[in-house]
Design a protein around this ligand. Structure first.
Ligand code: KG4
Ligand code: ZN
Length: 333
């Protein structure tokens, strides 16, 4: 089955073609440089850039795969959550194609893509596993069981997402958007034990990063430590916090397989922290390949593949859904 994936929920325009679980082509245009001058994503600018990029990326993906539009069996598009104007571009493009080609179309929850993305990198990975999605909008822990979309929310941030904290700390330290890569680079020469930042809600399964953000701001204003030491200590505290709660849940659930996905999972210090501690706790940690951590259409097409297993895809010949809605709600806002 040939699946076309489309992702435009935030500031990445992405189109991918999968043959079942195999990625045949995948092209992403990141608008990060365009938004960097504003210090964050400007929704209207994002939608206009999606509009300019989506058709050229679709043509490129087809050409790279050596396929025609008619060869597509199923269209998968991120329908929620995300910036409404951005979602609207992808959903409208996908609906137009589905109508013109008379093909089924599946609306995919963005988080389903992130949750399942590690399976795309490692075909031996099978549920059950505990998935930690750490991105700019989410820091959510799910239990993933055998049925597709059978995701149980076990913990989440009650305020900022981990990626959002990286973006804000980057700004405090003079960096640009997106903040994660800037903070990670600065942290390389810093001492991660210089400042003992606090771990919020230590005994609970939920996260809170707003106190950490304020603690970093206080240190920046006090000026006692270098930007490198602040970045390294902050990054280490985020990794420790994420691992502490996710591993505790995994051990409680008696599930020894864990996935860490989403943009923040690009962070190498975080990956090392999880791998080293996972080994001690007898937990097997899986990360998607780097290009599958940030927003991408391959993970959306893959989620559609998983959702279509054992199902007649013609049930998806229905254009009656809107950008911002999903017919496959999972327990997340
Ligand atoms: O998954 P993603 O591309 O988009 C959302 O769904 O939000 O994640 C973007 C987030 C941003 O907050 C960005 O700063 C963070 O991922 N990020 C990182 C790194 N690369 C991206 N955070 C820490 N270290 C990184 N290397
Ligand atoms: Zn995302």
């Amino acid at each position: 089955m040939i699946i076309l994936g489309i992702e435009t929920s935030c500031d990445e325009t992405s189109v991918a073609i999968l043959n079942n679980k195999e990625v045949i082509s995948s092209f992403t245009f990141s608008q990060a440089d365009i938004h960097a001058v504003f210090g964050g994503v400007v929704p209207e600018v994002a939608s206009r850039n999606h509009l300019m990029k989506i058709k050229p990326l679709f043509d490129k993906a087809l050409a790279h795969a050596g396929m025609k539009a008619e060869d597509i069996d199923l269209i998968a598009v991120t329908s929620a959550p995300g910036l409404i104007g951005s979602l609207f571009v992808g959903v409208s493009f996908a609906k137009g194609l589905a109508y013109a080609l008379d093909k089924p179309i599946m609306d995919v929850h963005h988080l389903a893509g992130h949750i399942l993305s590690a399976e795309l990198s490692d075909s031996s990975l099978k549920p059950p596993y505990i998935a930690l999605v750490v991105s700019g909008g989410h820091t959510h822990i799910y239990k993933v069981t055998d049925k597709p979309l059978n995701f149980t929310l076990l913990g989440r941030t009650i305020d900022d997402a981990a990626g959002e904290a990286f973006d804000k700390v980057s700004k405090m330290l003079g960096g640009s958007y997106p903040g994660g890569p800037f903070v990670e680079k600065l942290a390389v020469t810093g001492n991660n034990a210089a400042i003992p930042f606090p771990i919020a809600l230590k005994k609970e399964d939920n996260f809170s990063f707003s106190g950490l953000k304020t603690a970093v701001l206080n240190q920046v204003q006090r000026g006692d430590y270098s930007a490198e030491d602040i970045a390294a200590s902050f990054q280490h505290t985020v990794a420790k916090t994420l691992y502490l709660k996710t591993s505790r849940i995994a051990l409680k659930e008696k599930i020894n397989s864990m996935v860490v996905s989403g943009g923040v999972a690009c962070n190498k210090a975080l990956r090392n922290y999880f791998s080293e501690n996972g080994e001690k706790d007898k937990l097997v940690i899986h990360f998607p390949a780097f290009d599958l951590c940030n927003d991408n259409a391959a993970m959306i097409a893959y989620a559609a593949y998983r959702m279509s297993e054992g199902v007649d895809i013609n049930i998806y010949k229905d254009l009656g859904f809107a950008a911002g809605d999903t017919r496959h709600e999972i327990s997340a806002p």
